[in-house]
Design a protein around this ligand. Structure first.
Ligand SMILES: [Zn+2]
Length: 329
């Protein structure tokens, strides 16, 4: 996927201004942080670009990065995200061999591997690049393992840390990186990008995803289209479980939280943020009942890793939605 237009300028600025061996890219989720991190890595490794310019996209090195097989690029993502992002750990069968639930953290073993990788001589003679996403998923031990290398980096090593929660990073890590903060794209640009990917009524899905274009695309990939989204409040108010049949629990809980947020906004005379206003026609929710629902949903969200029986959870959540969207004033 080519870099989205809102990341082109940040990439160009970063390549022009970057002086150290480590950069920290910070953004809210859904903006395309990992893609920017990879574009930075690809540019550093590119063998045909003009100085300070982005990667050419065509040289042997660029093709290796695109194929996820560049010998001088290591991408660290938590086990739980590896498959979805297409960056499987190449070594150690330990994760695959064990039956344990894939970790949501970037473990210390992975950081040790990265440090060792950074110390090796570059295979293609440009650099050794380590991309870490999301960097805030390093636990304290992992972060400290990295810290020593950031303090005294081996000659050819470069690091790109990508974070969606910059405040959760150790200050000592932050202070050793050149930080670049990314802003969410302007809505028109994001909508155009979505529509160029065949998404119809991009503005509805963009609102559904809180203005985050990658999150909107993920909704489409999960099988949700704009008209389905807009119909959800009415269908859930009627208790139609079919409307969310087969949804993964985290998506369902998140969607109900958005629905509850909007219902509360309307109950106090405000405007919805995630759903079109028309989606709430005829629905009445009482603000104190809705607040209780919001609290209940955050409780469920905190336990969404819990081995719920997905269908039972969905039934219970839909029944709850029906009750609260029809609560008497
Ligand atoms: Zn190139």
């Amino acid at each position: 996927m080519p870099l989205p237009p809102w990341l082109e300028q940040p990439l160009a600025d970063l390549l022009r201004r970057q002086r150290g061996h480590a950069v920290l890219l910070a953004a809210s989720p859904g903006v395309g942080l990992l893609d920017l991190g990879l574009a930075v890595a690809q540019s550093w490794l590119c063998e045909a670009r003009a100085a300070d310019m982005p990667a050419c996209g065509a040289c042997a090195s660029c093709r290796l990065v695109q194929a996820h097989t560049h010998p001088d690029l290591l991408v660290l993502v938590p086990e739980a995200l590896q498959e979805a992002l297409g960056w499987l750990a190449t070594e150690d069968g330990e994760a695959k061999a064990s039956k344990a639930k894939p970790s949501r953290e970037i473990k210390v073993e992975a950081l040790r591997r990265a440090v060792e990788f950074a110390q090796q001589t570059s295979s293609r003679g440009r650099a050794k690049v380590v991309v870490i996403f999301p960097a805030e998923r390093m636990n304290a031990i992992s972060a400290n393992t990295l810290l020593k290398t950031l303090e005294e980096p081996p000659g050819e090593a470069r690091f790109v840390l990508c974070t969606e929660g910059v405040d959760a990073l150790l200050p000592t890590i932050r202070s050793r990186c050149q930080m670049v903060a990314l802003h969410p794209p302007e809505p028109g640009m994001a909508r155009h990008w979505l529509e160029a990917r065949g998404v119809r009524e991009g503005q509805v899905l963009l609102a559904a995803a809180g203005g985050q274009p990658y999150a909107a695309l993920a909704l489409v990939e999960a099988g949700v289209d704009a008209s389905q989204w807009a119909a959800l409040p009415q269908r859930l108010a009627r208790g139609e479980g079919q409307a969310v049949a087969g949804w993964p629990a985290p998506l369902l809980v998140q969607t109900l939280q958005k629905l509850c947020h909007d219902a509360m906004a309307i109950a106090v005379g405000g405007s919805p943020r995630y759903f079109p206003s028309a989606s709430f026609e005829g629905l009445r929710g009482d603000i104190s009942a809705l607040s209780a629902w919001a609290r209940e949903l955050s409780r469920v969200a905190r336990h969404e890793d819990h081995p719920w029986h997905a269908a039972l959870l969905a039934d219970a959540l839909v029944a709850q939605a029906k009750r609260h969207l029809n609560s008497p004033q």
